[in-house]
Design a protein around this ligand. Sequence first.
Ligand SMILES: Nc1ncnc2c1ncn2[C@@H]1O[C@H](COP(=O)(O)OP(=O)(O)OP(=O)(O)O)[C@@H](O)[C@H]1O
Ligand SMILES: [Mg+2]
Length: 206
Amino acid sequence: MGVVLVANPKGGAGKTTLATNLAGYFANQGGRVTLCDLDRQQSALRWMAFRDPGVAQVTGYFGGNQIVLNLPREADWSILDAPAGLQGYKLSDYLRAVDKVLVPLAPSIFDMAATEDFLGVLRGELRGRRGVLGIVAMRVDPRTKAAAMLEEYLKHFDIPIVAYLRNTQNYVNAAASGLSIFDPPRARFRRDIEQWSGLLEWLERK
Ligand SMILES: Nc1ncnc2c1ncn2[C@@H]1O[C@H](COP(=O)(O)OP(=O)(O)OP(=O)(O)O)[C@@H](O)[C@H]1O
Ligand SMILES: [Mg+2]
């Protein structure tokens, strides 16, 4: 089983977008996927409720009240959608249970400042565990000055950027129907799907 935590203390960073699309991807690959919504707002579960019974199945539950994280053993993939502001013992508890941590991060000085302490904590807690922590550059074109600024900033932390996802309404529109960009018809989102290949490879790497 692979367990992926999607986290960033900043609200609106793109956690739920990342988590729901990952769930959609693995479900379309034929895997048994559990979406564990840790956020009281339960956006990921709302997305799931919109999902048509005809598309690849994702199961989910609210895990935000659990004192110790209890993940279903039968899942091939468990995707954890964290709330904004996740920190302290809960964060430590989740980190012990996961194989990979993805931090969606937009290249804005506000987002980078709000995430700085968090990245420091993650680095400390994940010390000695290689290849576990990756950044997803959110709403960014890799050829821009903003992307260069983000890369420069992340050099200090020595954390890799595993994907650049562009700013597009495709994510917004797909989510409104309980879909991911990986649900059919995939051709519609081909350009976006291509941007996920490095990230998906990174996740499957042990
Ligand atoms: N690459 C993108 N392009 C365009 N819009 C995006 C992109 N990623 C996310 N969004 C939109 O940005 C908004 C915030 O994203 P999302 O809800 O995924 O963030 P979040 O980190 O889960 O927020 P919260 O902290 O409130 O849980 C949503 O409306 C989402 O559809
Ligand atoms: Mg969210």
